[in-house]
Every structure is written in C-alpha cells, then in structure tokens.
Design a protein around this ligand. Sequence first.
Ligand SMILES: Cc1cc2nc3c(=O)[nH]c(=O)nc-3n(C[C@H](O)[C@H](O)[C@H](O)COP(=O)(O)OP(=O)(O)OC[C@H]3O[C@@H](n4cnc5c(N)ncnc54)[C@H](O)[C@@H]3O)c2cc1C
Length: 435
Amino acid sequence: MDSYDAIVVGAGPAGSTAALTLAQNGLSVALLERGQFPGCKNVFGGTIYAQPVAEILPAFWETAPLERPVVAEELWFLHTDSAVRIGFGSLRFARQPYNKFTVLRSRFDRWLAEKAVKAGAVLYTKAHVRDLIFDKGLFTRGPVQGVRLDNGEILLSNVVIIAEGVLPFLTTKAGLFPQLPPAYAYTLYVKEVLSLPKEKINDRFQLEDNEGAIIGMIGFPTSTAIGKAGLWTNKDTISLIVGGYLNQLASHGLSPYMLLKRLKQHPFVHKIIQGAELVEYQAHMIPKGGYTFLPKLYGDNILVAGDAALMISGRRGSDLAMLSGKYAAETIIQAKAKGDFSAKMLANYALKINEAFFMEDIKARRGNLEYYQKRSDVDYLISSTLNELANEFFTVDLLNEKEKRERLISIIRSKQFPLKTLSDLWAALHHWEAF
Ligand SMILES: Cc1cc2nc3c(=O)[nH]c(=O)nc-3n(C[C@H](O)[C@H](O)[C@H](O)COP(=O)(O)OP(=O)(O)OC[C@H]3O[C@@H](n4cnc5c(N)ncnc54)[C@H](O)[C@@H]3O)c2cc1C
C-alpha cells in the first residue's frame, strides 16, 4: 500500500494548489483526480482573478494557458427587446499586474496540476475516491488514515485534504457537515463554448487580440426565478452560461437547456454570437449555502477546502478555492513539523480562513440566500422597471418636463404597492448582489 504525508482528493483549483504548496515544501503528496485529466470535468464562467492567483503563483500570466486579460465589463439589465447597461473599461487592465483573465478550465486546471507534479506531487488520474479509511477507535470511529479508490486500491496518509468540489460526499462521510445544505442552497448553470474567429470577437466587442470582455445579464434570462446569464470572450471562442437557483428553476418549470435556447435568441445576444459554432456543452452547480451552512473545516487528520467547504463569495470561487487550498497545505506543513495531525493542531486552518479577507464577505452575505428565496422576483422587477423607466426617459415625445417626471413616477407606482417598493429597496440595500 502506498503511503504519503498527505492525500489530496480532487485536482481542481483547491486541490492542485494544496498539492503544489505541500510538494514545494518537501512533503510527499498524492493528488487524486477522478477525471481522465485534471480539469476535464470542471466548469466555470469564467474568470480567474490576478491578485489572489499571483499570491500563489507569482507572474503566472507568463506561463499559464490564459485566454484574454479582461479590460471591459458590463452588466445588462435585460428585457425582452431592450437593455439598461452599466459598465467599465480600462486599458490599464491589459497590462501587468492585470486584473482578471478569461480561462478555459480544461486547460488551466491541467496546467495547475502539472505545476504540482513538477514540484513533486504524484498525480493519479481516473482515480475516483470512493471512501475514507478510518482507524478503528475503541468505541467510536478513529481518525482518518487514508482513502479507498473505486478499484479497491487503498492509499494511506497522515492527513487527507478533501477538495472534491460542489458535491460533498466525502466531506459528509467525514462528519464535517452537521447538516447538508438543502437544494435551495445550490444554483445550476449550463454553459456553451461557441467558436468564433478572433477577428469577429474583436469587432463585436471592440477589442484588440490581447483584450477581453465580460457581460453579466439579469432579468430576462431567468425571468421571475433568480438567476444570471454571462458571456466571456476567450481567444477564439465565447463562453455563454445561464442558470439559477435549483429549486426556483424547478418550481418555475425552467429547464436550463430551454433557458439557454431562449437566451441565444434574444436579439442582443444573438447579434454577438451569430455564426458561432458549438464546441462544448457543460453543466455544473455552485454551492451558495454560505456562512449558514458552512461545514466544520477540519477534524482529526482531515481538512476540507474550496467548493466542498462552501468557499464562495459572489462570483468569486476559484480564487477562494486556491487560497483555501494554500492555507490547508500551510497548516499541514506546520503539523508535520510538530508530528501532530490532530484536530487541535489542524484547527489553525479554521483560524486562517476566519482571518482571511473573504470570510468577512461570506459572513456579511449570510442573509442573501434567504433574501433570494423570499424575493425570487427581485431581479425581474428591477430589470423590467429600469427598462420601462429608461424607455420613457429616452423617448422624445410631446410631454413637458413636469409631465415626463410624473410619467416616470407612475411607472414605479404601477409596479406594486409603494410600501412594498420601500421594503424591497431596504432589503435590496442589504442583500442584493449583481452576481
Ligand atoms: C457556472 C459557473 C460559473 C462560475 N464562474 C466563476 C468565475 O467566473 N470565477 C470564479 O472564480 N469562480 C467561478 N465559479 C466557481 C468556481 O468554478 C469554483 O468555486 C471552483 O471551481 C472551486 O474549485 P474546487 O477545486 O473547490 O472544486 P472543483 O473545481 O469542482 O474541483 C473538484 C475536483 O475534484 C474532483 N473530484 C470530485 N470528487 C472526487 C472524488 N471522489 N475522487 C477524485 N476526484 C474527485 C473533480 O473531478 C474536480 O476535478 C463558477 C462556477 C460555476 C458552476
């Protein structure tokens, strides 16, 4: 039976970062990935964020398989045949130290895992971890000793990092989830990667070869269910996603595939993707349970990182996964120096996470899940109201300014009772998030 200082389950951003950090510090580490290669099953919008990634891999942009540095970003409040758009563009973001990069995960995750292998980690692919192996305790289960793969193979280690992503089967088996997040704490997205010559992408988004753009969309894409759509420019493809809260899509009878079809037919979206060819179709979930459903992050000889630990804040996920993987590895390096992998020692990981900048945000967003469940029409309401107001405001007619103002106010009044509008605004001030 092979034995390691540490076993890492899952070669996504969290797992590969943990394995890289451990190997760089001379620990023996096995990185176990169920896919044919790291990244082959992994899906995001998406963008990685330069500053957090550079914390782990300084100047990664010189070697990483990136698509485009993002220089322009827009949020569209989309309606049937109109959109209120807000956005920002800066050519500063096309230069070092950059801000965000569009990325295709099948390439990026593979590259990151290769970094860990070059540092000394042993990568097992097609290695689905079926179970954790526990020491036999006198009365209760003892600490984790290793893992069992689908093919029956057993690998042993002093400590296991679970970085299994959104579906926390092993995290639950380890007893780290006191209560599994309910279905309403997950969103489901479908994604198409559409190929389009880079000249057309540049023309349609007003970009140069080394510049990228993102468009986020709310309102029309999921109608009265809470969800989003998004569009990212890669080198010669466009990533398009749409989806929303699992329970709301189900109760509204919205199949993600239908949503995608409808989105692609929207005149504004259609103009951008016209002539593009489908090269990939994917689906994935995001764990939105947040602070309320956070699992215990450690136990005897075990830690959990990334999506499995609900390290998600707004549209940030891959960077928090990488940072949590790094913190988990750093904790193990200290534990190895002391020869102590008990829960008491590994509690340092939870301290690091609690002190991290992103935990403040995760805590601050703790009421958002409930907000979006109670007010599932909020994005549609905001989007349709803004579009009606903008339509009235920009229409040149035969009204004087006073009459125009009254017309605008009457649009807001016609939506719902004024008290409900005030209560919606108050709640939105505390909980509404664009992504
Ligand atoms: C539609 C969508 C859009 C997103 N957009 C963005 C974005 O733009 N920017 C951003 O930062 N984040 C984004 N995210 C979130 C981001 O993708 C995740 O937060 C991030 O991938 C989490 O990394 P991870 O390593 O924890 O999990 P994952 O990336 O899911 O990796 C888990 C790995 O573990 C493997 N695995 C699972 N179980 C086992 C097992 N039992 N045995 C062996 N291997 C196993 C999987 O195959 C996978 O390789 C998005 C997510 C979605 C779904």
